[in-house]
Design a protein around this ligand. Structure first.
Ligand SMILES: Nc1ncnc2c1ncn2[C@@H]1O[C@H](COP(=O)(O)OP(=O)(O)OP(=O)(O)O)[C@@H](O)[C@H]1O
Length: 213
């Protein structure tokens, strides 16, 4: 696959909720410059897996090894209604210890968000909030990026922009993992997994085109 080692190495993750198994032995390697997807039905455990990978939730057993800066776009937006887009950027700039917001402004442009800089989140549409949620996961230029349903609420043009951005991040050497219950255009991905019955399965021969879940 790659001469470089994985930036995310996951071995035999298991997680039960009240004795009900959700993850039954998930293993995965993610490499720099790899764009990977995980699809699975509602309730199959995708968010549980992503939260464990992000260090937000403890697994019952198994290991997660990560190298490099992490960026994470959770399913629930991490926004405050009363703050503007620009205030969110400054808040995350301080949290990440960034000296400037050049990359953030570049991302706003790419997602057509620049005109909303001085709008409060309360006044933004759902899709626009999701764009901001995505930008906040990216402004510190992470090496590993975990995206949970990142394009929910996006219109078609923004959906396409999202995939352009994901491809550009891959080309910068970022390892990108996109999780969704929706069908994927599998041809955009380097690798596609299906989370089913608590384990990741790799389709034997990924077909180009849309893969239905
Ligand atoms: N805190 C919790 N306590 C108990 N059960 C939980 C908890 N969180 C999730 N579950 C259950 O674990 C299973 C997996 O949930 P999870 O949110 O990981 O699935 P998902 O694949 O992300 O679903 P969706 O596509 O609907 O977002 C579901 O049956 C859910 O009800």
């Amino acid at each position: 696959m790659s001469a470089v080692g994985p930036v995310l190495g996951v071995r035999d993750l298991r997680k039960d909720y009240r004795q009900r198994p959700v993850l039954r032995g998930v293993s995965l390697d993610l490499y720099p410059g790899q764009l990977a997807g995980i699809v699975g039905e509602n309730g199959s455990g995708k968010s549980t897996l992503l939260r464990i990978l992000a260090g937000d939730l403890a697994a019952d057993s198994g290991t997660v090894e990560r190298a490099g800066l992490l960026g994470c776009c959770p399913q629930e937006t991490v926004l405050h209604q009363a703050f503007t887009v620009a205030q969110h950027l400054r808040f995350f700039q301080a949290a990440y210890g960034l000296s400037h917001l050049t990359r953030a402004f570049e991302l706003l442009e790419q997602l057509n968000l620049s005109d909303y800089r001085h709008e409060r989140v309360a006044a933004l549409s759902g899709g626009t909030r999701q764009k901001l949620n995505l930008v906040l996961a990216l402004i510190h230029d992470p090496q590993v990026l975990l995206l949970d349903e990142p394009y929910q609420g996006f219109d078609w043009e923004t959906y396409l922009r999202f995939w352009d951005l994901a491809g550009a991040l891959r080309d910068r050497g970022c390892a990108v993992l996109v999780v969704s219950h929706l069908a994927y255009d599998a041809s955009r991905l380097d690798i596609l997994y299906r989370l089913q019955a608590g384990v990741l399965r790799q389709p034997e021969q990924p077909e180009p085109g849309v893969v239905a879940v």
